[in-house]
Each structure stands twice: as C-alpha cells, then as structure tokens.
Design a protein around this ligand. Structure first.
Ligand code: C2E
Ligand code: MG
Length: 283
C-alpha cells in the first residue's frame, strides 16, 4: 500500500515534469513562431544627458505581444531564446526593426537621434550576426555610427575574444558599445578591461538602494569614479524618484534613464517633447 502510494506520487511527479517540459517546448516553439511572424514589438526609452538635459539616445526594448494572451517582457523569454539558439534571430529582428524606426524618427523628429540596441553576448560571439548587422544597415540606408550596442548578460559570454572581434569589426563603422548593468553580472570587469566599451550602465539594483543603503551609495560613487578614470561615460538606470536623480547628478553620472524621466513607449508615441528632460515641477 505504502509502495503504491509512493509510486503513484512518483508517477504524478513524473507526469508533472513531463507536462512542464511539454509546456516549455511549446513556449519555445511559440517564441520561434513569434520571431518569424511579427509578434515582437519594440518600445523605446529615452536616455537623458546630464549637461544638455536632452535625450539623443533611445534604448530599444523588445516585447512579445502574444495574441489572445497579452504583452510579455524580455525577462520572461530572453533566457529561453539564449538557451534554445533563438537569440540570434531575435537580436537580428530587433536590429532590423530599430533600423526602420530610426530612419523614420530621424526624418520626423530629430536627425541626430541614435538608438541603443540590447544585444546578448551570445549573438556578439557570432560572426554571422556581425555580418548580418552590416548587411541590414546597408539595406535600410542607416549609418551604423548612429547605433550603440548594449552588451547584455555577461554570464553567457563564453569567449570574450569573439566578442572583441565583434566590437573591433563594428567599431570600424563608428558603432559604440556599452556594458549593461555593471555590478550585477558575473565579473564584467574582465569585459570592461578588454572590450572597447565607451559607456557603462549602473544596475538599477544599486540605484534603488539610494537613500536606504549607504553601501549601495558607496558602490555607485566608486563605479562612477572608475568609469571616469577609464575615460568612459556612466549611465544610471531605473531612476524612479527625485532623490535618486539628484544623487546621480551630484555623483557625476553622465546620463540618466528611468520612469521618472520617461517610460518605454512605442515608436508612434515618441514626440519631440518626450526628448527634453521633464521639469522638476512635473515630478
Ligand atoms: P536593461 O537593458 O537594463 O533595460 C532596462 C530595463 O529597465 C527595461 O526593462 C526597462 O523597461 C526597465 N526600466 C526602465 N526604467 C525603469 C525604472 O525607472 N524602474 C524600473 N523598475 N524599471 C525600469 P525590460 O524592457 O523589461 O528589459 C529588461 C532587460 O531585457 C533589459 O535590461 C535587457 O537586458 C534585456 N533586453 C531588452 N530588450 C532586449 C533585446 O532586444 N535583446 C536582448 N538580447 N535583450 C534585451
Ligand atoms: Mg540595456
């Protein structure tokens, strides 16, 4: 009897695992379908310069609009895309859509606009991705020097020399590179020492500690000093309140991004007034 119950539980557990594997397989096949069938969308979030108080750079952020289900954010599907070899096609789709949108926004809003595209370190390791980026930019008649690549997920960086080839190749076209969310991953300092990075983004987890964690504040100031010494620029992410904003300004951070200053929006909603820093009275 005891054995029966035990084996029944075992079977239930096995069935549960099988069902979750099946669900996961279905999720991955839906994601593959989504990349090929225009279910992905881009939202753009402004990055404000501390000196000019204007945003000349917009970060593109991918979303997955699942018919009948709703909007999925990248944290739910990027790691699955990386684990199942879909990240190259996803990152290429994002780059191509960014080219189309940049051309439109430079014509309609500001010819000096640039886009910062998130790219998985896994895509950067692929020569195929690098070649396609050059081809796609030429196909759409946009300058690669109007793009910055934010290299994300340093934990997945398997061979930094391949990422270096990616950076060196595109640097010849005037592309700039940033290291995303420094302080959060698995030792991005190696990457910082080897790659031609011009900008470093400070992880929101530190920004959200401002005002309640002295340690976070010390880490932020030290990171900004290090970035300055390296001749790079620092961007603060996740600015949600005026205390965080003023702390970052006083610490000498070069650019700021966050819900306080502007939320990610679809390309149709980008207007010139969204690219000027909101006034303190409106906070
Ligand atoms: P990230 O590059 O650090 O992007 C910033 C994330 O912070 C975005 O989340 C944005 O919506 C969110 N955010 C912006 N301001 C605030 C704020 O004030 N408060 C809070 N709490 N959050 C804020 P999102 O869009 O969910 O993106 C998450 C991450 O997914 C990105 O982090 C990036 O690492 C990755 N990602 C996004 N788009 C792509 C893509 O096209 N390709 C790849 N490979 N990764 C992407
Ligand atoms: Mg980013």
């Amino acid at each position: 009897m005891k054995n029966d119950i035990f084996s029944k539980n075992g079977r239930t557990e096995l069935a549960r695992k099988q069902s979750s594997v099946e669900q996961h397989d279905k999720f991955v096949s839906n994601l593959r379908h989504a990349i090929c069938n225009e279910e992905l969308r881009l939202h753009y979030q402004p990055r404000f310069d501390a000196v000019s108080a204007r945003a000349n750079v917009l970060e593109s952020l991918v979303r997955w609009r699942r018919p009948g289900i709703g909007l999925f954010y990248p944290e739910v599907f990027i790691s699955s895309a990386e684990d199942h070899g879909l990240i190259f096609s996803l990152d290429l789709w994002v780059f191509e859509r960014s080219c189309i949108d940049l051309k439109h926004m430079q014509g309609a809003i500001n010819p000096n606009l640039k886009i910062a595209v998130n790219v998985s370190a896994l895509s950067c390791e692929s020569i195929y991705y690098t070649q396609k980026v050059i081809e796609i930019s030429e196909k759409h008649g946009v300058l690669l020097s109007d793009f910055e690549f934010e290299i994300t997920e340093t934990t997945h960086m398997r061979d930094i020399r391949k990422v270096l080839v990616f950076c060196e190749t595109l640097k010849n076209y005037g592309v700039e590179f940033s290291m995303d969310n420094v302080g959060s991953g698995q030792s991005p300092l190696t990457a910082l020492s080897m790659l031609p990075i011009s900008t470093v983004t400070i992880d929101q987890s530190f920004v959200h500690g401002i005002g309640n964690s002295k340690r976070c504040e010390i880490i932020i100031c030290s990171l900004i000093n290090m970035v300055r010494e390296l001749g790079m620029q620092a961007i603060a992410k996740g600015i949600e309140n005026s205390e965080q904003y003023w702390f970052m300004r006083e610490a000498g951070c070069n650019q700021q991004q966050g819900f306080l200053l502007g939320r990610p929006v679809s390309v149709g909603k980008i207007k010139p007034q969204l690219l000027t820093e909101p006034t303190v009275d409106s906070w």
